[in-house]
Design a protein around this ligand. Sequence first.
Ligand code: 13P
Length: 251
Amino acid sequence: MSQIRPLVAGNWKMNCLRTDGVALASGLAEKANAKGDLGCDILICPPSTLISDIVTVTDGSAVSVGGQDCHFAASGAHTGDVAASMLGDLGASHVILGHSERRADHAESSTLVRLKAMAAHKAGLQTVICVGETEQERDLGATLAVVNGQLAVSVPEGSTAQNTVIAYEPVWAIGTGRTASVTEVAEVHAAIRAELKIRFTDGDGFRILYGGSVKPSNARELMAVKDVDGALVGGASLKLDDFWQIIESCA
Ligand code: 13P
């Protein structure tokens, strides 16, 4: 693990109604409070419907709250969408952008992700910008080209280590139980770091998270890889004990 303070982020995706979500977030805040300084930052990104409730129950704890997407416009005629300022208004500090599920389900391009990131930064949110190749792209040997291409277009000029986190999430490892090997993770994270250092003066300070079937049993070895500065966790973030064990592995 590098010297950067790690971030462990839970992406709840489209899961949890209020009762379960509030119980999960309260349990996490209680554990974090009982532990004192953990040596890592904790973020949970529930569905936007739960952000307000979860900000309330995590208030004063070490747990930050983020959204899972925002629109690129500041406001206006965009039925069903949520503006970055609206997430901030509820107390969210972060927003995940360009998750592969949004790239697939909503045909989001890296250009759109960049516009969203600019809007989020303008609204004072920190972005967690996701990149990652499909299985087919990996099989074709195109992993680094795909990831570098997404990175180059999705991350706006003017991004800093303070307002931007990168998450490498190989699509074939998401929700499949298949995790990238430490060699695969090391190769891609090193490439992302190199690109960030070329583009940004503080490129060596950006946090680069790994995501894709992170669980208690593999978190420690993944977090030990150079340039892995934390985890973006899906399924395991919905189970308090599993998520807590991952947090402890990263700290
Ligand atoms: P899983 O941890 O369920 O594989 O999901 C990863 C992910 O997509 C987090 O954003």
